[in-house]
Design a protein around this ligand. Structure first.
Ligand SMILES: NC(=O)c1ccc[n+]([C@@H]2O[C@H](COP(=O)([O-])OP(=O)(O)OC[C@H]3O[C@@H](n4cnc5c(N)ncnc54)[C@H](OP(=O)(O)O)[C@@H]3O)[C@@H](O)[C@H]2O)c1
Length: 342
């Protein structure tokens, strides 16, 4: 044990982050204080939300301080524990940050995971916040059923692909919007969507949605916002439910403009609800238990891409924000935990 490689926020971007906004730093390996665990980070997660976490703008979490390791979810192995209920060898998911070693208090630990349930990487994806987000947004808010039409944006991505598959499990017809022909094929052939639209190739997105959803849209699961949201809104049926999961297309300064939508919401009696997975952590056990059965039975499938080392994390974030990731974006930090690597 001699060093703690960290990827630190070096400056705040004004628009989208670039790799040069982060620097590598070698710190001391910290010691677990009272009520803390020391964790060796194994895998960290790359999230679209990171774009907002590093801006100095109001958000649901305070901005990552310049000079601090980048905030991120990670899975790690407890090496030392001064926290009741945890012991060396436990695997935990929590806010490890982009660093090889992290100390965590109880509130920073999301949960302990069972490595026999599934590969540990899934605890950051389909059996983690990704799965929880898809479930809350689609099952609880969207409430799809047999005969309903569901439209999902970022459909080939980690959350979108899970959300679409959950809707299909409830008997809905599922249409995805995504950013390339390969991703459209993946939605249909791998994730079992009924149709997919490459939004980059459509001059009139509202018309393209009408083409693929001739009976209108009953549930809209949106991670994009902006012009995509406007195009979908034109196709919503009476009583449609809209789950606002993310707003990745909106400029970080929040200065987007668009049409007034009140009249359409009134006439169509549409419900629109934003939600954050972090408000639903109390349901992790129930939801992940259900998701893991579906994953085991191949009723839900997942894809992930794993960058090979911690120093690749900034590039992986840029790649995701350019829409080049294929599946849940992860970064391997240590291969000390061998079980998953065979
Ligand atoms: N509410 C919550 O609690 C919660 C929790 C987790 C994630 N989320 C949200 O869920 C969404 C998906 O997250 P994820 O982790 O599964 O990521 P992901 O979908 O695997 O990757 C992000 C995808 O967003 C799309 N994208 C990127 N820039 C875009 C732009 N300017 N306009 C339109 N699309 C763009 C790209 O897909 P395409 O090629 O298809 O455009 C990209 O691959 C994000 O909006 C995230 O913020 C919300």
């Amino acid at each position: 044990m001699s060093r703690n490689l960290q990827i630190v926020l070096d400056r705040r971007p004004t628009t989208l982050p670039i790799e040069q906004d982060f620097v590598e730093r070698e710190g001391e390996i910290p010691e677990a204080g009272p009520g803390q665990v020391l964790v060796r980070t194994l895998i960290v997660s790359i999230e679209p939300a990171m774009r907002g976490w590093i801006l100095d703008a109001p958000n649901y979490l305070p901005p990552v301080p310049v000079g601090s390791p980048m905030r991120s979810f990670g899975v790690g192995e407890v090496v030392t524990s001064n926290l009741e209920g945890f012991r060396a060898g436990d695997l935990v998911v929590g806010f490890t940050g982009w660093q090889e070693w992290a100390t965590m208090n109880e509130p920073e630990i999301q949960r302990r995971i069972d490595p026999d349930l599934a590969p540990i990487s899934t605890s950051l994806g389909v059996l983690g916040v990704t799965g929880l987000t898809a479930y809350v947004g689609m099952i609880d808010i969207g409430r799809p059923g047999p005969g309903s039409t569901v439209l999902v944006t970022s459909a080939a991505g980690a959350v979108g692909s899970a959300a679409g598959q959950l809707a299909a499990l409830r008997g809905a017809r599922v249409v995805g919007l995504t950013g390339s022909g390969d991703k459209c094929r993946q939605c249909i052939e791998y994730f079992g969507f009924d149709a997919a639209i490459n939004y980059r190739e459509e001059d009139d997105l509202a018309e393209a949605i009408r083409r693929e959803c001739p009976d209108g849209v009953d549930v809209f699961f949106d991670s994009v916002g902006g012009a995509t949201f406007d195009a979908a809104l034109e196709n919503l049926n009476v009583g449609a439910r809209v789950a606002i999961c993310g707003t990745i297309s909106l400029p970080p300064d929040g200065k987007a403009v668009g049409p007034r939508i009140e009249r359409r919401i009134l006439v169509k009696r549409i419900s629109i609800q934003g939600f954050l997975a972090t408000d639903h952590f109390d349901r992790f056990d129930q939801i992940i238990a259900e998701m893991s059965v579906w994953l085991r039975n191949r009723k839900v499938r997942h894809l992930e891409e794993m960058a090979p080392s911690l120093t690749d994390a900034p590039a992986a974030l840029v790649r995701l924000l350019e829409g080049r990731n294929m599946g849940k974006s992860l970064v391997r930090v240590s291969d000390r935990y061998q079980k998953d690597l065979s």
